[in-house]
Structures are given as C-alpha cells and as structure tokens.
Write a protein that binds this ligand. Structure first.
Ligand code: GTP
Ligand code: MG
Length: 195
C-alpha cells in the first residue's frame, strides 16, 4: 500500500473544502508538536511530504494525502498549546472538532500521545468527542526514542488505563519512533488491514 504513490492532495480550511468522501480515510490527531506530520512522513517514507517543525502549531489546515488511490491519510492541526494568535487557533480547533465528529468515511482516528508525557486532559477531551461521534480511535505513543526502556511500561499502563474509560477506543497501543523507525511497519499494517 505505502510502496505505491503517495501524494499531497489538498489543505482544507473549512468543512465545505473537504474532498468527496469516496474512499476510506484515517487521521492523525494529537497535541501540538506530538509528531503527527513527522509520523505521516515516516509511514509514507517521504520526509518532506507533511510539513513538520519544532514550533507547535505548524499544521494549521486539514491536510489530505492520497495513498495508492485507495486511502486518504489526514494530517490534522494540533490541539492544546499552539504558537499562533488565539482567534486563529480557535478557528482551526472548531474545524478539527467538526471534522472529527462529522466525516462518514473516517475509518479510524489515531490519537497520538507523546510517550514522555502520557495522556493529558486535552487528549481526554478529544477522546470523549470521538466516543460521542462513535469514531473508533487508537492511541499511538510517539517519540519512543526519547523514553528509557524502563519508563515505557509506565506510560503504556497509564495510557491503557485512560483508554479503558472510552467506549470508542481500540485497545491495542502502538509505540512508535519516527526517528528510529519503531512501530512504523506495525502501524502501516494496521492501516492496510482496515476494511
Ligand atoms: P503540529 O502540526 O504543530 O500540531 O505538530 P505535529 O504533531 O505535526 O508535530 P511535528 O511532526 O511537526 O513534530 C514536532 C517535532 O517533534 C519536530 O521537531 C519533530 O522532528 C519531532 N519529532 C517527531 N517525531 C519524533 C520522534 O519519533 N522522535 C523524536 N526524537 N522527535 C520527533
Ligand atoms: Mg503537524
């Protein structure tokens, strides 16, 4: 699937700009700077595809990428802290929430959690929204390369505990490092296996 053609389709700033819901899609949600765009680059093997940077609030549109003409990968603006004016942030947060609760072809939302920090209140808020919208979501722990081996179990446990409260949560966690490649093949096969 990912060996095929991956391309940037469009950046969307309002609900009426979304592409036709004519194929399955998965999206990547998470706090600003958690590594959403970088993960898309790692999954597709194309470093500059989704724009990433160390400045929280890098992605300000909903970016659609086509994979093998059968899937959309969707890179979302981050939530939580962002380095942008409040009015702008509020506009894209509204768009993010509307998208997450109203997209018929959204097959799974990957909720990214920084493995150093675990699940935060803002993550819980998004998970509740996904519960209400009945969108299955799965947590992906990011930046595993920054966490010592002995601390990984702790964050995995904390995340499992948080997920147990959410009816829309898919229980399997994926621990990833876009830097080192951990979990990338696993995540590819999860996406590939979605019907
Ligand atoms: P917004 O678009 O602002 O919401 O952020 P984002 O979630 O898309 O984060 P982005 O992919 O831009 O990455 C933020 C920073 O984290 C960048 O400096 C990345 O290089 C870094 N980063 C992302 N993934 C990893 C990882 O697996 N390991 C390490 N060490 N750094 C990472
Ligand atoms: Mg981004």
């Amino acid at each position: 699937l990912f060996a095929g053609t991956t391309d940037f389709l469009k950046g969307v700033v309002a609900m009426n700009g979304l592409p036709d819901p004519d194929r399955m899609e998965v999206c990547f949600a998470g706090r600003s700077n958690v590594g959403k765009s970088t993960l898309i680059n790692a999954l597709t093997g194309r470093k500059g595809l989704a724009r990433a940077s160390n400045t929280p609030g890098r992605t300000q549109e909903i970016n659609f990428f086509t994979v093998a003409e059968s899937h959309y990968l969707v890179d979302l603006p981050g939530y939580g802290y962002a380095n942008a004016p409040l009015a702008v942030v509020e506009k894209w947060q509204r768009l993010l929430k509307n998208y997450l609760s109203g997209r018929a072809t959204l097959r799974r939302a990957f909720v990214l959690i920084d493995a150093r920090h675990g699940v935060k209140d803002v993550d819980e808020e998004i998970m509740k929204l996904l519960d209400r919208a009945a969108v299955t979501f799965q947590c992906v722990l990011t930046k595993a390369d920054k966490v010592k081996l002995q601390d990984r179990e702790k964050v995995l446990d904390q995340t499992r505990k948080a997920l147990s409260k959410h009816p829309a949560a898919y229980p399997e966690l994926v621990l990833t490092s876009s830097e080192k490649g951990d979990g990338i093949e696993t995540l590819r096969s999860i996406i590939y296996g979605l019907e």
